[in-house]
Design a protein around this ligand. Structure first.
Ligand code: 2HA
Ligand code: ZN
Length: 265
């Protein structure tokens, strides 16, 4: 029984916890957002000895380098608030086939993975190929404050947006040391959007999608959430200062450099 694998259930609980945070934050209207986590080392051969719930579902694109890997993925059309309550009815554990061309649903119900599965797998392939073996999580969500910034042309520039967010609160410089990438608008779920995102992932762990949302990659699902939460706090400080009628001064370049030095960034 998959439920007897304590480590797996611990990881699934953490994913469900984050799904709940996304809903509570107001970042996950309707079925907004999706999560995938590489659980290959966590799922045992014993778990995989079970008959798949559904076998041989063809992938749009071959999952290069992910042969045999196991992922938890949120389900297509499923709501984060429901993933929080029942992750196995609103997401699935899938295993990529030996040739990378299809997947089996290995637990627990025949829930079809997110429509963005191909994009998520492309990103996981990229993360593995680039040697970031510990980067196991791809998290996409819709924080209104961060999306709002992408409607402002001046901030559709990675350096400028990073500088703005870093300068709003010291934590942001520390929690998001690589800054953020930006990707101009593309159709949600499209392979073009995935490729443009991968283009940014060599330099950043968080990418803003113009007029749509953000995507974070990382080692741990809770850390991915925390990173986006810190960016959201920085954006809120910016908007609060503006709402108070002043252009926020922001931390100075010197103050930011001192932080980098103090924290060895
Ligand atoms: O899964 O957020 O980008 C719903 C979305 C699409
Ligand atoms: Zn989205």
């Amino acid at each position: 029984m998959i439920h007897d694998n304590e480590l797996l259930m611990y990881e699934i609980d953490r994913i469900a916890g984050v799904a709940g945070y996304l809903w509570e934050k107001g970042w996950a209207e309707r079925n907004g957002g999706n999560i995938s986590v590489n659980l290959t080392g966590v799922v045992t051969p014993h778990d995989l000895a079970m008959k798949p719930v559904r076998a041989g579902v063809a992938l749009q694109e071959t999952a290069a380098g992910l042969q045999g890997c196991v992922f938890y993925v949120t389900g297509t059309g499923k709501r984060m608030r429901d993933v929080a309550k029942d992750p196995f009815s609103n997401g699935a554990l899938i295993r990529i086939s030996a040739n990378g061309a299809s997947y089996d649903i290995v637990a627990e119900k025949p829930v079809a993975p997110t429509s963005e599965l191909s994009s998520h797998l492309l990103m996981h392939s990229y993360l593995l190929a680039s040697g970031r073996l510990s980067a196991k999580v791809v998290l996409h969500t819709h924080p209104a404050d961060l999306i709002g910034l992408t409607h402002c042309k001046p901030y559709m520039d990675s350096e400028r947006l990073t500088r703005l967010l870093w300068s709003m609160i010291p934590e942001c410089r520390i929690v998001v040391p690589k800054g953020v990438g930006v990707v101009p608008y593309e159709i949600p779920g499209s392979i073009e959007l995935a490729h443009a995102t991968i283009g940014q992932l060599s330099r950043h762990d968080v990418v803003f999608w113009e007029k749509h949302g953000v995507l974070a990659v990382g080692e741990d699902v809770v850390e991915c959430f925390d990173t986006i939460d810190t960016l959201s706090k920085a954006a809120q400080i910016f908007f609060s200062a503006r709402a108070a009628g002043c252009e926020p001064e922001g931390m100075t370049g010197r103050q930011l450099d001192d932080l980098a030095e103090a924290f060895g960034l």
